[in-house]
Design a protein around this ligand. Sequence first.
Ligand SMILES: *Cc1c(COP(=O)(O)O)cnc(C)c1O
Length: 374
Amino acid sequence: MSDSLTIPSDLLPRDGRFGSGPSKVSGFQIEALKAAESMLLGTSHRQAPVKNLVGDIRQMLASFFSLPDGYEVVLGNGGSTLLWDAAAYALVQRRAQHSVHGEFGSKFAAATLGAPHLDASSILQADAGSIATPELEEGIDVYAWPHNETSTGAIAPVTRLRGADGALMVVDGTSAAGGTELDVSQTDVYYFAPQKNFASDGGLWFALMSPAAIERVERIAASDRYIPSILSLQDAVANSRQNQTLNTPAIATLVMMRAQLEWLMSNGGMAFAASRTADSASRLYTWAERSELARPFVGSAPHRSPVVGTIDLDASVDSAQLRAVLRANGVVDVDPYRKLGRNQIRVGMFPAVDPEDVSRLTASIDWVLERLVD
Ligand SMILES: *Cc1c(COP(=O)(O)O)cnc(C)c1O
């Protein structure tokens, strides 16, 4: 049986987790959980210790992203997915434009398309593996696009659309935030969740909001539009200013995220994170370009993601079989996005992943392919 192949241990990655979310959690984060046992875990989120924990995270995010004056770090429960509905209710005035080139961008588009109080959204669509970018259009008050489309491994520029004065730039940074360079001033709402570059668990959302975004939120909240309270960004802003959330957050998730932020900051912050993921990505794509059996899925090199690498495999290779062998050897979660339906592997290269382990992964794959493919 091919999946009884045993990859030599000197080739194997030291840590076999390459998931694109949830992603690898490091040992020091588990230590942080242990240290949080008596004063944080199982204590009230309305008391100082948890409020300080939330405050630390908000402060470190502000520093990591060099937050421009007047921008605020807002958070709540429900993950990035909740932000899509919150935006449909609490951020879009009349009509949104979505640049869509994969599943995550398309899900946000579906949220505003389905909102009965909004005009039908404008959708700019591009094929998976390439990118769609926002285009100036009359009557649009929110331009939305994903920074890193996790389903395809394509990264898009984050640049304010010229001439779109008064409109908000709302960027899904879920898998990009914390792993690549970003100029926050190019966005009005840059949102993400803790289970990718921040190496924590899911369930929360964070948003870096500009003064214009907060002003929009307040204006819509004051109108007669019905906004369910869990989707109220005005409530979220008010709670966040108190280092609070509307309802109970996952404290362990916050503890692990703080530990990851401390690690990132003590190593050099955004520049460190970006150079580490760029190192990993260059190892992966260079390998794929040289391989006879693999090639980068994203054709245009500048759009190849530094954090989520997608690699197409030759028809003579069965991705499912390769992944079964890898998994049996402890190398897990190099699965492609299911709905993309390609003979592919997808490699999470968030800062927690050691670039050396990416080299070991490609060496392990070569070793397996030599034995699987005749
Ligand atoms: C993972 C991901 C999401 C979904 O995040 P949840 O926290 O699970 O809702 C949304 N957008 C992108 C780009 C993602 O990578």
